[in-house]
Write a protein that binds this ligand. Structure first.
Ligand code: DX5
Ligand code: ZN
Length: 219
């Protein structure tokens, strides 16, 4: 059983103090930092891009788990790799050729993730599961923090975990969106080994990051 990792989303952090917030997350035993990149086109919101990631890179050695909610995505992948992304996760709908984009991320020596929106079926990616490091299961429709968890994705996590075991593959299963203390156990038991959380980590228990990260990790 893989160790459960927590990847706090800085979308819920204080954007005027992002460097300090990342330091706080590191001191609160975050396993990696989830960076939500939004372009106002693939999703109806706009956040940060390569220049900001580049400046944040010097604040921590933690893995930058970069979630690209941008389209078209292929031509921008190198910019995020150069800015300091360690994991680059893309949405299949955002590229004309998923295999080409996956190969491009690997050529840049970065880990590759593919994200499935709540209404995107697993069979869109079954053929490439042996070629990626991570599947990011969206448990909300991407674009905003603080949304409600969509329970139907639990069955998708279970189905993906079953395929992973049958094919003896080793990719991580990461879940993203509306993760809180009442659903974290369910998604872990379904097969997730990385949990993304923004609102729960930054807002619960008066914003006690360490306590919230530990509570999400422990089932
Ligand atoms: C939504 C983002 C998620 C989101 C998670 O598009 O991909 O990472 O910020 O935030 P919470 O935990 O607040 O749902
Ligand atoms: Zn995300």
């Amino acid at each position: 059983m893989k160790k459960i990792k927590i990847s706090p989303s800085i979308l819920s952090a204080d954007f005027s103090q992002l460097g300090k917030e990342i330091k706080r997350l590191e001191e609160s035993d975050a396993d990696m930092i989830h960076v939500d990149v939004m372009d106002g086109h693939f999703v109806p919101n706009l956040t940060i891009g390569p220049p900001v990631i580049k400046t944040l890179r010097k604040y921590t050695k933690l893995t930058f788990d970069v979630h690209l909610m941008i389209s078209p995505v292929h031509k921008y992948i190198k910019d995020y790799a150069d800015a300091g992304a360690d994991i680059i996760t893309i949405h299949p709908e955002a590229t004309e050729n998923l295999n080409k984009s996956i190969s491009h991320i690997k050529e840049l020596k970065k880990k590759v993730g593919v994200s499935l929106n709540p209404d995107t079926k697993i069979d869109v990616i079954t053929d490439i599961l042996n070629n990626i490091d991570l599947v990011l299961i969206m448990s909300v429709f991407p674009g905003f923090g603080g949304q409600k968890f969509i329970p139907k994705v639990v069955d998708k996590i279970k189905e993906l975990n079953k395929i992973k075991k049958e094919k003896k593959l080793n990719f991580d299963i990461e879940v993203d969106g509306g993760i809180n203390f009442s659903n974290s156990k369910t998604v872990i038991e379904a097969g997730a080994n990385i949990l993304v959380s923004g609102t729960t980590i930054f807002k619960e228990n008066d914003g006690n990051l360490k306590k919230n990260i530990e509570k999400l990790r422990t089932i």
